[in-house]
Structure formats: C-alpha cells, structure tokens
Design a protein around this ligand. Structure first.
Ligand SMILES: [Zn+2]
Ligand SMILES: [Zn+2]
Length: 313
C-alpha cells in the first residue's frame, strides 16, 4: 500500500517537475527573434508616395520636392500615376524616381522606377519592376479603390504595403486610411512584407502633407542604401513619435517619449496585449508557435502611430 502511494507521489512529482521546469525551457529555448532594426549612422526621414502636376497633384515637381525638403525630409519618391517623373533637381534632398502603377485590383507604388510597366497584371508589374532593380508596395489597401484580401492573397515579392495613407484619411476617414487588418492577413499567410506610412500627397496645403512617412536606418543617403534598408525592413513607419525598441533574448522592450497606448499582436492578428497610457512596455515571447509579433503604437486620433514587426522562429 505504502509502496503504491510512494509510486503515485513519485509520478506526480515527475509530472510537476516536467511542467514547471522542463516545459518552459523547451518552449523558450528555440525562440529566435529576427530583429530587422539594425543601427546605422543615420536615420533618414522619407516620403514614398506623392503626386505632382504630371498626374493628379497640384504642385509642380520642383515645388513638391522643395516643400518636402523644407518639412525636414531627407528623401522623396515621386509616384505619379503611370508616369515616371524625372528629377526636378532640388538641392538638399534625395529625389527618387517612382511611379504609381494602375493594376487589376488596385494601385502599386514603385520605388526606384525607371519605367511604367505596360501591363495591368499585378504580379507581372511586381516581377518586372523587381527585375529592373525597383521595389514595389501595395497602395492604400483599405481605400475604396484598394486591395481585397483575396487579391492580396495572390501577390508576392512586394516589399511592403501601406499601413497608413494620408490622402485616404482625408477622402474616406481613418478606417480606410489604416490597413493593419490587411497587413495582419498577409503576414498570417506567411508572406513577409513590411508596413509603410505615406502621405499620397496630392496638395501640399491639404492634411495629407507630412502625415505619414518612413524613418530609414542607413549609413549614406543614396537610393541604393535606402532601397536595401526598405527591402530588409530596417525602417519604421511613423506619423511622428519615435519609439525605442530593444530585443534582448526572448524579450522585446519599448519606450516612448510621451504616454501612449501600445498594442502587441501575433500571428493571425490576435491582440496579445494592449497597454494604455504608458511610457514603456515589454513582451516576452514564451512560445515558439508565435510566428510574428507586431508592435503598434496606437494613437490614431492624435497621429501618434508607429509600428514595428518582428518575425519569430
Ligand atoms: Zn492610388
Ligand atoms: Zn497615389
């Protein structure tokens, strides 16, 4: 009898020992956080989507690029509709040739474009532009003229989608301007793509001007270096605040300059955690099944919006 009790106690203690000691070690030991944010000599502020009088914008190329320079931007990609605007030669800011291609399903913005591809087949545009040394982003996914989840599901090899678009906010409000839902869906399908914030500026005196931009880590202000950092995700989409994020082992920590709402999401778009009115927060990845963690600084109303993403394996 005593022997049986002893045996039962022993098996219980082995089980408890396994759950308390071994399981957490197993769960976190293989967590590898792929941190795309690599410190470089500079952080450059850039605009990836803007229009001139060469399509439906109201400013000439020279006037538009000068306005961005005066607003503290280090680079601007001019993306007229189906037309590659040449450099207007404004000193003191890097001009990047771009184009916004009209495709079946939606619009595609191209960074470092030499041409407008003569097709409306979305994946062909992406493939041809990539082969030509450009990189492609999905424009305003939640706009009425945007991308559906099933259209997006067919596409690959784009480097980003617009998680915020300024002119869409002016035209259709914030629920159309922010596209975290579409980004979450792409990521949850296993496609790696980054989130950018853009003005899609059509008039420099309208609300979209300087409302969404990227902050890019790079050593030198050249189109090639900016492009490489954009491709690798070494940048932040932002509407103003600068948050500092560090990765230490399986823990991601964030600090922000002013009290903010911070939200953490994981694969599937599930909210893991939302913290209100804080200056810092952290999250420990304790399970390997989390494939990505997206960190949102969510203050849509006050334009304090920023996002960072980490893939986990
Ligand atoms: Zn568009
Ligand atoms: Zn546009």
């Amino acid at each position: 009898m005593q022997g049986r009790i002893l045996k039962r106690r022993l098996s219980w203690s082995i089980l408890i020992w396994f759950v308390i000691v071994l399981l957490p070690v197993y769960a976190i030991s293989d967590v590898v956080i792929k941190n795309p944010y690599v410190f470089k000599a500079h952080v450059y502020k850039g605009q990836l989507h803007a229009h001139t009088t060469n399509s439906d914008g109201t400013a000439s190329p020279f006037y538009l690029v000068t306005a961005y320079k005066n607003a503290g931007f280090n680079f601007v990609a001019v993306t007229d509709h189906d037309y590659v605007t040449p450099s207007p030669s404004v000193n003191g800011i890097l001009f990047v040739q771009g184009v916004e291609e009209t495709a079946i399903g939606g619009h595609l913005t191209v960074f470092n474009a030499t041409k407008n591809v003569d097709t409306q087949v979305s994946q062909s545009i992406i493939d041809i532009q990539n082969a030509d040394g450009a990189i492609v982003s999905l424009a305003h996914p939640n706009y009425s003229n945007g991308w559906t989840d099933s259209e997006i599901g067919e596409l690959h090899d784009h480097y980003s989608l617009e998680v915020y678009n300024g002119v869409v906010e002016r035209l259709e409000g914030s629920s159309a301007a922010y596209s975290e839902n579409k980004w979450d869906n792409i990521l949850s399908r296993g496609v790696v793509t980054w989130g950018v914030a853009v003005d899609d500026c059509h008039n420099i005196s309208y609300s979209e001007f300087n409302s969404g931009f990227v902050l890019v880590n790079a050593d030198n202000l050249t189109t090639d270096e900016i492009k490489e950092s954009l491709k690798k995700g070494n940048f932040y989409a932002s509407q103003g605040p600068s948050m500092e994020v560090t990765v230490n082992g399986s823990q991601i920590s964030i600090s922000v300059p002013s009290s903010s709402q911070i939200q953490w999401k994981k694969s599937g778009g599930t909210v893991i955690k939302t913290t209100n009115s804080v200056l810092s927060d952290n999250y420990i990845l304790a399970l390997r099944v989390v494939e990505w963690v997206n960190l949102y600084l969510l203050e849509h109303a006050s334009k304090d919006f920023q996002t960072e993403i980490f893939f986990v394996s």
